[in-house]
Design a protein around this ligand. Structure first.
Ligand code: G3P
Length: 216
């Protein structure tokens, strides 16, 4: 399973990259706004800065919701860097746009996916990635990881090539569960990635080794 970081914060992207486990980045308008990125020139520069840190796919989300504007915006985003993947919402014009991008050699990430039916549509349209939001599903008292498992089974049975990118990750446990049920990618906040490091017995064991090392 690939690890993407779900942030537009350059310091966090650098930290995950330096850990040596980072395969890509996902952003969304909320994450970009959080970093104070405003206006087309600043947005373009920020994606360039991200692509300079990470040698992997970087999802850049369109802000338009009608077919023609999604295409225009997506073409501009894709032209920024070969690693840019155009992130398109799961709406009717979004699905049409994903098909257009697929036919024209531009890779897409279909976002805001909350059901297996939506994931099937994304795959049929040829999305490179589908992004089910598992944390937000958990928030509604459904099991987000179960959706990942269901999509993984369907894609495997049907031979769909779209990669399952588990998004809206809230914990290290989410990452483990997604790996268990066959997600191709997990896009995570830095804290969830670093959370994988933690085990009290590791800390206790290391303290003991360091103590005993003084006797060596
Ligand atoms: O980038 C999409 C997704 O990961 C958002 O997560 O935490 O806002 O539900 P969250």
């Amino acid at each position: 399973m690939k690890f993407f970081i779900d942030t537009a914060n350059l310091a966090q992207i650098q930290e995950a990259h330096d850990l040596g486990v980072l395969d890509g980045v996902t952003t969304n308008p909320t994450l970009m706004a959080k970093e104070g990125i405003k206006g087309e020139a600043a947005i373009t520069q920020h994606y360039k800065d991200i692509c300079a840190i990470v040698d992997g796919d970087v999802s850049a989300e369109v802000l338009s919701t009608d077919f023609k504007s999604i295409i225009e915006e997506g073409k501009k985003l894709a032209a920024i860097h070969p690693n840019i993947v155009v992130k398109v919402p799961m709406i009717k014009d979004g699905v049409k746009a994903i098909k257009w991008f697929t036919d024209n050699g531009i890779r897409t990430n279909c976002t805001l996916v909350f059901s297996a039916g939506q994931a099937i549509l994304a795959a049929k349209a040829g999305a490179a990635y589908v992004s089910p939001f598992i944390g937000r599903i958990d928030d509604t008292n459904w099991d987000g990881v179960e959706l990942i498992a269901q999509i993984a089974q369907i894609y495997s049975l049907q031979g769909y090539k779209t990669e399952i990118l588990a998004a809206s990750i809230r914990s290290a446990l989410h990452i483990v569960k997604c790996a268990e049920v066959g997600a191709d990618v997990c896009t995570c906040p830095l804290e969830s990635i670093l959370g994988l490091l933690k085990h009290p017995l590791t800390d206790i064991g290391l303290a003991k080794f360091l103590e005993d090392a003084k006797k060596m």
